[in-house]
Design a protein. Structure first.
Lengths: 493, 378
């Protein structure tokens, strides 16, 4: 790792004191053993204890912290619950880690306008818990929803298994209170359906903590569907499962969720939770339908017919909610099940046009042989979002590097067939260096200038998302292709 | 006004923009011209006719993705997806009728640039929620892409959202990729007559908050001589029937409208057709619960869409109190239609608070440092 900015490290005492002047007591953490829990997010392959952790409780404190850091040229990394799978909250050795966990209150629920105003440290699931008695819920449901915060969801534009029908975070947020690196508090969007002027909210959601710090979020609430039912469908070949997915959508049906697992994933999940998955199939589909009972039973029949027409060898239809939940239990256990097959795994997140699925899976098997590493596949089939889990052992020398190289090849393959590097986990540190696979230097420069409009000194979460950080002044010229400089103080692992 | 230039390739367009940036001249991007009468007149700006970029690039219905050149007529795009049983779920409409121009000229690029979304926006999202990616030429005269051609993507900043509704002030969109969705097999409209605005908004809120999955809800001050509150259910026939039963339990006196009347009603709502022409027309967006206050504070003819979250107001009132009422309600007011004299002095877009305006300005300069697209229209 390249050395961080020595001049900033030398001022550590002064920086900690400045933070203590803003946030009293236990809200500033600077002891080495207490910094340890913050050294990584859920992408644990990357670790770096921060210089100092600050846990503010008010927007005024956040503004004061950012104002001070801006004036003193100190970098800031925002963090929610630290569940990012792309290293979005990886600290910097010479940076302040701004933890938003204390912003944990639901400020207001408005059922007439179907919205909730919450602080960013509220967990995703807590929003639904707060409104479910009135028959409402918050739709995006990332797998980490019990722990991940809505502020982190906004930063990463988090998805979930239901986003084909109900959208990602960006489609379910109405407005934010937002603090700029200069310490200015702005309201972007609000309680109405659309903000005035440019859609700045559109770029703030999914900006991975590079544009500012969100201190309040207004989310849309939806009425809970009357019923939800699921089908568990086994196919003797992946192609049939792929055609079934396409035919369901071609029939005008948008399921609430449509998940696919390949044979190794089915076996791993069944060994882990024993929910009765068929073991003699090459691909397993879970199709969930929600809405009025009459609609569900009508569509269940249609989906079953489509599945059989595409060669399904087993079809089970949930008869009650316990059975529906059991269908999902295996899918939701796929990650811990992978953890039993190997000491470590890497979770990839590319999206492809669904029509390319059989081809992509075949080539992925080839890569698996080439790298001599196992891979199991779970897949948000409705929207083409792949989650290959690459199995490896970090204790074997060189195996992490091999797993990362395998993962990078998978993502290059996703882009090659017309897809993208990340469908819902974010670029972060993990996929930063692959950005040029998808975007030209000019494309990236257009994105980086958005960053410059918000944070010209590049103090907010530097080292994430962009492979080469251009100085804003250089990007300002008409022709930037000679302006690239390797990011000198960026940790490279 | 000088003659329009009509480039037929992105490279040619890039050269035109780069030259304008060097010369310090301004370019006004134009599709079919259906929204020419929005914003201040710009006699000095040179018009770039984007209709040279036309045609479908890729459309595979089960992928739910359509890639099309920006100058393709909206009507053509809608007919194409309808043929495959799909739709643009944000319900875009042609401004020609609102602004007294020809209907059928609007282009899909213009729809994206203006962020146009109709009645079902309340349930299915806006244009920004369905623009997955685009190619364009920024004010730097550089070609670039943003977003992607798949339905689920978080790679890089979501610049497609930023470009939607930016009214051609960041970049010229040459090609765009839209999410498309299956069109419903059945549409059923249920209406109730005689409600006042507050009662109508409350009824629409109850409907939207129920398991009836209402796709659109509107309230007209005057439809065939009486106030009408209308809700629409879209979907499979058995589902629509079940949800209609929910609505009839929820809202006293609500009953199905004849198909023929419903088919006239929703396009009329989208384009504010029942409101008098020849009067300034405002589009006010605010939380529905606050809208009765806006109605009380202003005078004129109006209708409510988006379950009360959108107020179309045809009013001779001074702009200042209209905008003040919108601000007071936590919303904003856009001047959609007015004569040229009024548009020359009253900004079409609701003025932003100063710090936000400064940030917007920096974002615009990031894409267009020389102000090539700053024609003074907005």
């Amino acid at each position: 790792m390249p050395a961080p900015d020595e001049a900033v490290l030398a001022r550590r005492g002064e920086i900690v004191a400045a933070m203590r002047a803003i946030v009293a007591g236990e809200g500033v953490i600077d002891k080495a053993d207490e910094l340890r829990p913050y050294e990584s997010d859920a992408l644990t392959a990357y670790r770096q204890p921060p210089m100092v952790v600050v846990l503010p409780e008010t927007t005024e404190q956040v503004a004061a912290i950012l104002r001070w850091c801006h004036a003193n040229r100190v970098k800031v990394v925002p963090r929610g619950a630290g569940t990012s799978l792309s290293g979005g909250a990886l600290p910097l050795a010479d940076g302040v880690l701004l933890g938003m966990a204390r912003f944990n209150r639901i400020l207001e629920v408005d059922y007439a306008d179907r919205l909730a105003v919450v602080q960013p440290g509220v967990t995703n699931l807590a929003i639904t818990r707060a409104v479910e008695d009135e028959g409402f819920y918050y739709a995006p449901d990332p797998s980490s929803q019990i722990a991940c915060t809505i502020g982190g969801n906004v930063a990463e534009n988090s998805g979930g298994v239901h986003c084909l029908k109900y959208g990602l975070t960006t489609n379910n947020v109405l407005g934010v209170e937002f603090v700029t690196i200069e310490g200015e508090v702005l309201r972007i969007g609000g309680r109405g359906l659309e903000p005035a002027g440019l859609d700045l909210l559109g770029v703030i959601v999914g900006s991975e903590g590079l544009l500012g710090v969100v201190t309040e979020v207004t989310v849309r609430l939806l009425p809970r569907p009357e019923t939800a039912r699921a089908l568990l469908i086994g196919f003797p070949e992946v192609e049939g499962a792929g055609r079934c997915v396409a035919d369901v959508i071609a029939a005008g049906i948008i399921p609430a969720g449509m998940e696919m697992m390949d044979k190794p994933a089915v076996h791993a999940a069944e060994a882990f939770v024993q929910v009765g998955y068929p073991l003699d199939v090459e691909a397993l589909l879970i199709v969930e339908l929600d809405g009025p009972a009459a609609e569900c039973s009508h569509l269940l029949n249609e989906v079953e017919a489509i599945a059989k027409a595409n060669g399904a060898v087993s079809v089970r239809v949930s008869t009650d909610d316990d059975e529906r939940v059991a269908f999902w239990a295996g899918r939701k256990a796929a990650f811990p099940a992978a953890g039993r097959l190997a000491p470590d795994y890497l979770c990839m997140d590319g999206t492809i046009p669904r029509r390319r699925l059989p081809d992509v899976l075949t080539r992925m098997r080839g890569l698996s042989e080439q790298y001599d590493l196992g891979v199991i596949n779970v897949f948000h089939a409705g929207d083409g979002n792949l989650h290959p889990l690459i199995l490896y052992d970090a204790n074997k020398p060189g195996e992490l590097e091999q797993a990362e190289a395998f993962g990078a090849d998978i993502l290059r393959l996703c882009v090659e067939v017309g897809g993208v590097l990340t469908g819902e986990h974010g670029v972060g540190v993990e996929k930063r260096d692959l950005m040029p696979v998808m975007f030209t230097e000019t494309d990236l420069a257009h994105q980086q200038r958005v960053k410059c409009a918000f944070d010209p000194e590049l103090l907010l979460n530097p080292g994430k998302m962009f492979p080469v950080l251009h100085r804003c002044a250089e990007l300002g010229s008409m022709h930037v292709h000679r302006g690239a400089l390797p990011f000198p103080d960026l940790p490279r692992f | 006004m000088t003659d329009a230039i009509r480039p037929d390739s992105a490279d040619a367009l890039a050269a035109i923009v780069a030259e304008a940036a060097r010369d310090g001249t301004q370019l006004r991007l134009r599709g079919g011209g259906s929204k020419d009468a929005v914003g201040a007149p710009t006699p000095a700006a040179r018009i770039v006719d984007m209709r040279g970029f036309s045609g479908v690039v890729d459309y595979d219905p089960p992928e739910l993705v359509l890639t099309v050149k920006a100058g393709t007529p909206l009507a053509e795009v809608q007919a194409l997806v309808a043929e495959k049983g799909q739709m643009l779920a944000f319900d875009p409409f042609d401004h020609g009728a609102i602004l007294g121009g020809a209907v059928g000229e609007a282009t899909i690029g213009g729809i994206a640039a203006a962020g146009v979304a109709g009645p079902t926006r309340v349930s299915r999202g806006a244009a920004r929620d369905h623009l997955l990616g685009f190619e364009g030429v920024s004010g730097r005269g550089e070609r670039f892409v943003a977003g992607a051609k798949v339905v689920k993507n978080v790679t890089g900043y979501d610049v497609p959202k930023l470009i939607t509704g930016s009214w051609g002030r960041l970049a010229a969109i040459t090609e765009l990729t839209l999410k498309v969705l299956p069109a419903p097999r059945l549409r059923l409209t249920l209406g109730v007559a005689g409600l006042d605005p507050a009662a109508a908004i409350s009824a629409m809120a109850r409907a939207m908050g129920s398991a009836a999955e209402v796709s659109a809800a509107a309230h007209l001050q005057d439809w065939n001589g009486t106030p009408l509150t209308a809700t629409r259910l879209d979907g499979f026939p058995s589902s629509v029937e079940a949800r209609a039963a929910i609505l009839t339990r929820l809202v006293d006196g609500i009953a199905p409208l004849a198909d023929e009347e419903a088919a006239r009603l929703w396009p009329a709502i989208a384009t504010a057709a029942p409101l008098p022409a020849g009067v300034p027309l405002w589009r006010i967006i605010a939380p529905a619960a606050q809208m009765p206050n806006v109605i009380t504070a202003t005078s004129g003819a109006w209708l409510l869409d988006w379950a009360g979250g959108l107020l179309w107001l045809a009013s001779e009132d001074d702009p200042q109190p209209i905008r003040a009422a919108a601000t007071q309600a936590g919303g904003h007011a856009m001047l959609v239609r007015a004569d040229a004299a009024m548009r020359a002095v009253v900004p079409a877009l609701h003025p932003q608070p100063k710090p936000l305006a400064a940030l917007e300005e920096r974002v615009r300069r990031a894409f267009d440092p020389a102000g090539v697209f700053e024609t003074g229209r907005f």
